[in-house]
Design a protein around this ligand. Sequence first.
Ligand code: PMP
Length: 360
Amino acid sequence: RAPDHIRAIMPYQPGKPISELAREMGLAESSIVKLASNENPLGMSTRARDAARMALADLARYPDGGAFALKAALCRKLGVKPEQLVIGNGSNDVLEIATQAFLRPGCSAVYAQHAFAVYPLATQARGARGVEVPARNFGHDLDAMAAAISPDTRIVFIANPNNPTGTFLPGGDIEAFLHQVPQDVLVVLDEAYTEYLAPAQRYDAIAWIERFPNLLVSRTFSKAYGLAGLRVGYGVAHAEVADLMNRVRQPFNVSSVALAAAGAALDDEEFIEQSAELNRRGMQQLTDAFVALGLEWIPSAGNFVTFKVGDAAGVDRALLRQGVIVRPIAGYGMPHWLRVSIGLPEENARFIAALKQALA
Ligand code: PMP
């Protein structure tokens, strides 16, 4: 019999595959617009695609478990040492590994209401106690989070920008928060959407690690880099923290194809700029439509936006019937809201037209 803390876990609800949904709705697969998982509508950069193809040539060998080449590329880009890096099978893996290394039954982890679903999941999987701190304006209330830290707290999770609300904390606020956190508590700063920040919002959390050896910055290749299907993310921390995490990490947790593609993607800065620009325009397109429709939405710093429709389950069904997939977020305690990812201009237009229909 599995322990009670495992039985108590609410399973993560992945979306249905497009093929299955098309069959259910009696629609052609090609007519479906999926704006449900905050993916890059441009796909991946050609450099990453080429590198992935090359790596396919030798799948008989294990991947480089030390991720030598990818770590070298990250070190050049971020100005850190290889000993400070933990490479994950998606940044979910980095978050999981952090909980494996730092949590056990009797400990607690602090996170915000409406924050990313993996924080409570990973905490519960370790048999630790999750402390959910009420949100302020749908975002993290850092003062309340600092006050929620107790002697048994070992991790605080912060998502910036947060998913699913898109809320953003200025770098200065996070730095001030770090001063309030005891140094034996790991602060996991999840920057999955950091490439989408406007120039004025940008801050350099990695530069804080020297002063705050209890800071872990986690990032991903799944969003702006367009490699969600390959599963690669990374954590940057003080070498001691990274060492502890690498002890519990599976030795070959990231595939050779993923390692190769991520290394190549990292060098393609033009692709990231292009993706961020497309996102800015798409965000404007969607929020203009929300204004026209008289809908409330939460200003978002990510590649998605959350909007209020009242009967979210009903509107979601009406969108699905028209072949548009968005994300209901009732599981995040927001039963009246839907989250839509920014797509290509024509995909956004399809979503807007379907939403008008759904609300009519
Ligand atoms: N953090 C946040 C805030 C996210 O929204 C996501 C993806 N939904 C992740 C981490 C994990 O993404 P991945 O495992 O693909 O890197």
